[in-house]
Design a protein around this ligand. Structure first.
Ligand code: PLP
Length: 449
């Protein structure tokens, strides 16, 4: 069994506003539940990066990745568009007041009632990758704008998608286009998704080249393609960069699409949200495993830490999204003895394990662990199995940020936590009382703004 060793990780900014908020929240002895701090400024920063690295490509945020209404509101206000996979995602995206034209219904296998809903609300752009979908669309929404989804897989991706979606560009796509032509459907372009968390940037070149071939073929059938959708696959973590993929994409667009004046869109999900969410979990139980030496002396061999979020909650991302999570200790103490440790979620299922074996400094009941980069494919999938609640999200920001976000987001203002800057950990501001008498960070609505 491989044992990971806890490092006193250096690239963690423990002075960031998010950490300040977590430290302050956890000083409250009544704070027992796990909770998130969401930094919406990260979403804006990511949008700036997107626009600077991929200026020709309109991002359609993949709502499935994290459907927090605050994210949709911020992205809508920045002019981004949305990729929705279902009726309820469309309804949520529309609820922030955007034009239905800013949505692509990018699920190639849609229930009939969802297609009907898209028709009713005017979301007309949608993907397909199979013949039966074309017949359904023909019956329910014949005027929709269709986008054929090709299968082009990265050789290495965190979550491959090709086994489920996308038609073969050579063996299937031409035939499907002929069926669409026969049905008099309006196919307007090509899409692909190389796999979520793509680790092979060069795949975008293959995919863009294959897309161009389908553009060429489509014109022989009389279609006039105007849209290329380069899907998702862009990394989102703190240590990742968009640069490499962006270079491949930009060069491939120059090489294969420079002569066409078309609209190019993408469906980034994790790129936008991963770093915005930080999760704080509390150790509520500890089991110490022991052994005896030849003289009968007991010694500790392993420690099992039980925390209040697990694989049925946020850490479902370990199972479904193949994420590797890193526990950071809220209060690092280099003098503590290192112990072989495992970390477990709160439910009664033996599968509910977060870290199998890792050397960690000794911790006590009530200590907190922090997990960064928890914004993608965590909350929308989490369940309150065994009665353990899905962690609540607080939105942490500076006063200056709040002056911007207050006109954009409609979240409960008690969930907005303002950090005053500069701020020392002992800042008195944080010791204000709310009616329950508990010390809390000052809620935004109590500030005079
Ligand atoms: N678009 C579609 C159709 C998807 O299925 C996904 C993810 O599964 C995304 C976009 C988001 O891609 P990513 O997770 O790489 O950000």
């Amino acid at each position: 069994m491989k044992i990971k060793t806890h490092e006193f990780i250096e690239n963690v900014d423990r002075t960031s506003n998010t950490w300040k908020i977590i430290k302050q929240m956890t000083k409250n002895v009544h704070q027992e539940e796990a909770f998130y701090v969401c930094n919406l400024r990260e979403i804006i920063e990511k949008h700036k990066i997107w626009l600077s690295k991929l200026p020709r490509i309109e991002p359609h945020y993949a709502v499935k990745c994290n459907d927090d209404i605050a994210i949709l509101e911020v992205l809508a206000s920045l002019g981004a568009c949305f990729d929705c996979a279902s009726k309820s995602e469309i309804s949520k995206a529309l609820s922030v007041g955007i034009n239905p034209e800013r949505i692509i219904f990018a699920n190639p296998a849609k229930p009939k009632s969802h297609i009907q809903y898209a028709a009713d609300v005017g979301v007309s752009t949608m993907t397909f990758d199979n013949e039966s979908e074309l017949y359904k669309i023909h019956d329910l929404f014949p005027n929709s704008k269709l986008v054929i989804r090709l299968r082009i897989d990265a050789t290495d991706a965190q979550c491959p998608l090709g086994m489920k979606f996308g038609c073969d560009p050579v063996k299937e796509a031409p035939k499907l286009l002929r069926v669409a032509q026969f049905l008099n459907l309006n196919v307007i372009g090509v899409s692909f998704h190389v796999g979520s968390g793509c680790r092979e940037p060069e795949v975008f070149k293959r995919a863009i080249r294959a897309s161009r071939e389908i553009f060429n073929y489509s014109s022989t059938l009389g279609f006039n393609f105007t849209l290329l959708d380069i899907g998702g696959g862009y990394p989102g973590g703190k240590d990742s960069s968009l640069t490499e993929i962006a270079n491949v994409v930009n060069n491939a667009l120059d090489e294969f699409f420079n002569d066409l004046n078309i609209r190019i869109i993408a469906e980034p999900g994790r790129f936008y949200v991963t770093t915005a969410y930080t999760l704080a979990c509390n150790i509520h139980s500890i089991r110490k495993m022991t052994d005896e030496d030849s003289e009968g002396n007991t010694f500790e061999t392993h420690r099992m830490y039980y925390i209040n979020d697990g694989v049925y909650g946020s850490f479902n991302c370990i199972l479904y999204d193949h994420q590797a999570v890193t526990p950071l200790l809220l209060n690092e103490d280099p003098t503590k003895k290192m112990v072989s440790s495992s970390i477990w979620g709160p439910t009664c299922d033996g599968l509910d394990q977060i870290i199998e074996n890792m050397s960690l400094p000794e911790m006590e009941i009530g200590d907190w662990m922090v997990f960064e980069d928890m914004g993608a494919y965590t909350l929308p999938v989490a369940s309150p199995f065994n009665g353990f609640p899905v962690p609540k999200v607080y939105y942490g920001m500076t006063q200056e940020d709040w002056s911007v976000f207050r006109s954009i987001i409609t979240v409960n203002q008690d969930d907005v936590l303002i950090v005053e800057e500069p701020l020392s950990e002992e800042h008195e501001l944080y010791n204000l009382k709310i009616p329950s008498g508990l010390p809390v960070i000052i809620p935004a609505r109590k500030k005079s703004i």
